[in-house]
Design a protein around this ligand. Structure first.
Ligand SMILES: [Zn+2]
Length: 247
């Protein structure tokens, strides 16, 4: 009997608690929703910026490895740059270097691997793939597995079509001479630039092995194909390459 009384009191207490008004009013709910929306609005741009920066860091690391590959190659070949087929800005085509391999095949042994042609199992494609270009994929062929997403400056690092690579020591301004750069064609507009999002950027590796980022303005102002230019000058890939002697 006594036990029943205690139990009844407990039930009454519970009933009193549940009778309180509901936890959230409509206004409170709207406030919470607007705070969440505000947080999302604040966080998403910074998350996108962080992702852009992560892609840039990976891209620059790729460029550094390619520059290391060229340095090791040059030290083995009396200071001469490798001859590698790649896009020729002057002729706006791939050079007819029938004896030359693509630059990625030339560099693979100097990056600790074996030639891709000789040993397809060794995959160094990551070093030659810009994650931002891969993501952008504004042209279908960009995602093809064998694409090299970087340009080797065949226009300046090679003496002539049937010659050797140029002697690295004859470059007058190694810190200003572009050796590798992100995949870009001169007729592409800033929206096609792989890096930077709203501020179009391009990553560049220089003869002295440092890596830097240039703006679309710098890139296009120095391009002979820019709309306001009517004569070839190719300043972007030519600057810094003046010969000290005999180069
Ligand atoms: Zn890149």
């Amino acid at each position: 009997m006594r036990r029943f009384t205690v139990s009844l009191k407990g039930t009454r207490r519970c009933a009193r608690r549940t009778a309180k008004p509901s936890a959230f009013t409509l206004v409170e709910l709207l406030v919470v929703i607007s705070i969440i929306a505000l947080l999302i609005a604040i966080l998403i741009p910074s998350l996108q910026k962080a992702r852009q920066q992560a892609l840039t860091v990976t891209c620059q690391s790729n460029l550094r490895q390619q520059l290391i590959g060229v340095s090791v190659y040059a030290s083995e070949y009396n200071g001469y740059f490798p001859v590698g087929k790649n896009f020729d800005w002057e002729k706006f085509t791939y050079p007819k270097l029938t004896f030359a391999d693509y630059i990625q095949d030339v560099l693979i042994p100097y990056l600790g691997g074996q030639r891709g042609d000789a040993n397809p199992d060794v995959d160094f494609s990551g070093v030659f793939r810009c994650p931002a270009v891969e993501r952008l994929a504004s042209h279908d062929w960009m995602t093809e597995p064998e694409q090299n997403h970087y340009r080797y400056n065949t226009h300046k690092a090679i003496l002539h079509e049937k010659g050797s690579g140029r002697a690295a020591g004859t470059v007058r301004s190694p810190s200003g001479a572009v050796l590798f750069y992100d995949l870009m064609f001169p007729d592409w507009r800033p929206k096609d630039f792989p890096h930077g999002g709203g501020t179009p950027l391009i990553n560049v590796g220089y003869v002295d092995s440092h890596v830097s980022t240039v703006t679309a303005t710098e890139y296009y102002d120095a391009s002979p194909f820019a709309p306001h230019r009517d004569e070839a000058g190719n300043v972007f890939v030519s600057k810094g390459w003046d010969t000290i002697c005999g180069g």
